[in-house]
Structures are given as structure tokens and as C-alpha cells.
Write a protein that binds this ligand. Sequence first.
Ligand SMILES: NC(=O)c1ccc[n+]([C@@H]2O[C@H](COP(=O)([O-])OP(=O)(O)OC[C@H]3O[C@@H](n4cnc5c(N)ncnc54)[C@H](OP(=O)(O)O)[C@@H]3O)[C@@H](O)[C@H]2O)c1
Length: 254
Amino acid sequence: MKIVVIGGNGLVGRNVVRRLRLHGHDVSAASRVSGVDITTGAGLAEALAGAEVVVDASNSPERDGPASFEFFKAGGTHLLAAETAAEVKHHVSLSVVGTGRLDDSPYLHGKAVQERMIRESSIPFTILHATQFYEFLLEIVERSVYEQTLRLSPAYIQPVASADVAASLAELAVRPPKNDMVEIAGPDRERLSEIIQRFLTEIEAPYDVVTDTLAPYFGARLDDESLLPKEGARICSTGFQAWLGQSEYWGAGW
Ligand SMILES: NC(=O)c1ccc[n+]([C@@H]2O[C@H](COP(=O)([O-])OP(=O)(O)OC[C@H]3O[C@@H](n4cnc5c(N)ncnc54)[C@H](OP(=O)(O)O)[C@@H]3O)[C@@H](O)[C@H]2O)c1
């Protein structure tokens, strides 16, 4: 099967490309590095010629603010138009648990707008909503730190290993379209402020976590449930400690 992975050199995308190739599919990775820009449409017609399935694992270089909203809106518009022209049979999109209920975040609002476009297009689709990746915890730290302190919401999260998400995305790509959304999460539910504190302790980072129910999360105000998957989500087996133990952070120190 000819499959194009948009964002095929990103954290999840490159793992999806590798898995699909191992299963014998004809897979190409498309992104700006290979001359494909979904925000302008450049290179898309050539990249999608003959593709049956498109997996969108791209991500906005900006994680917050109007640019992140525009990325998903413009990216969705150009990608879906090019897929329609190329008569793609299945659009598979990776998105975030909580999309559709956290529109104060420009990033997640952009995701919600893009998902609406996917549902309204004529292309059969599957949307995978994933919880936060363990790999993303460091980015949360970088964005929340002020001097030596991090102000973090005590909302619950149920993070997941990006490799488990990639395995699921690759599997969904070769199955029939669900024309619906599927959720995926890790095995353990924990408060955001607590798991970040644990992570910082493990990697000996010299920061203090202050729990603050009003602390914004990428522009959005969270309640306890905002970032949790619903019942029926796929639950992966890799827990935080198991992931940390084989990650590049283990034993590296700060
Ligand atoms: N991080 C999390 O915790 C989390 C949780 C749930 C879901 N997700 C979702 O997972 C998806 C993938 O995340 P990730 O962390 O794997 O991403 P990533 O490592 O940041 O990779 C982003 C990819 O997008 C490509 N890209 C960026 N701008 C592009 C453009 N204009 N046109 C085409 N390609 C472009 C990049 O390649 P070039 O630089 O070569 O263009 C790269 O391949 C995102 O949609 C994200 O919302 C993330």
C-alpha cells in the first residue's frame, strides 16, 4: 500500500514510517525537509500522487499563540484539498485528548478547527486522540519555568509513550477508516504538578513546583478532567518509570 506520512521525520512520524516499512508498505515521509509544506500547499500534489493513505503526524513549530492556530487551520485546508485531488482513500490524523473542550488554547483550538474540516471533507478518516507524551514533559517544564519555579495545574493527566502512539497510528493506517475518533492513553493517571515534580527529581533538575489551579496550560484553564481520556480509550502498557528507565534522560542528570 502506498502511504504518505506528513511529518514523517518528527518524533511520532519517523516511528510510524519505520513500522509501516517493516510491514512491507511503500511509505514516504513528507515535510518541509523534503519540500512539502502543508501551510502553503507547496509540494503536496507531487508527494500525494498515487497515495492510498495519508497519515498526518505533523506539528506546529509554534506550540502556542496565533501561529499555532494558523498552522492547523492552513495545514488542514491545503492537505485535505490535495488529498481530495489525489483521491486519497483514508486520512489518518494524530491529535490530542481534550481537543474540542479547551478552545482557550490557540493550539488546541486550531486542532479542533482542523478536526471539523476532516469530518466535513469527503475523505474517509480516522482521528487518533493521544494524551501527553512522556517525551513532552520536558517541554512542559521549559514552558512553565520562571526563575527556579514552575507553576503548574494539579489537573489529572494520563501520559503515554510516543512509541505506543506510533504503533497505534501505524495499525490504524492499514485498517479500514473508522470515520470517527479513537483515544489512546498510558496506564497511569496522575496530577500534572506531581508527575512533573517526580520527573524533575529523577533528572535532578533544580526547580521547585508550585501547584496552582489557575496556572494556564498552553493558554487554557484546566479542570481535573480536561486532559483525561473517556472510558473506552486504548490503554497502553508502558508506564512512566519504564519509559524513563530506557529514555535518554535516565542517568543523564540536569
Ligand atoms: N507532544 C505531545 O504530548 C502530543 C500529545 C498528543 C498528540 N500530539 C500530536 O502528535 C503530533 C506529532 O507530534 P510530534 O511531537 O511527533 O511532532 P514533532 O516531533 O514536533 O514533529 C513535527 C513534524 O511536523 C513537520 N512539519 C512542521 N511544519 C510543517 C509544515 N509546514 N509542513 C509539513 N510538515 C511540517 C516537521 O518536519 P519539518 O521540520 O521537516 O517540516 C516534523 O516532521 C502533533 O500533531 C501533536 O499535536 C502530541
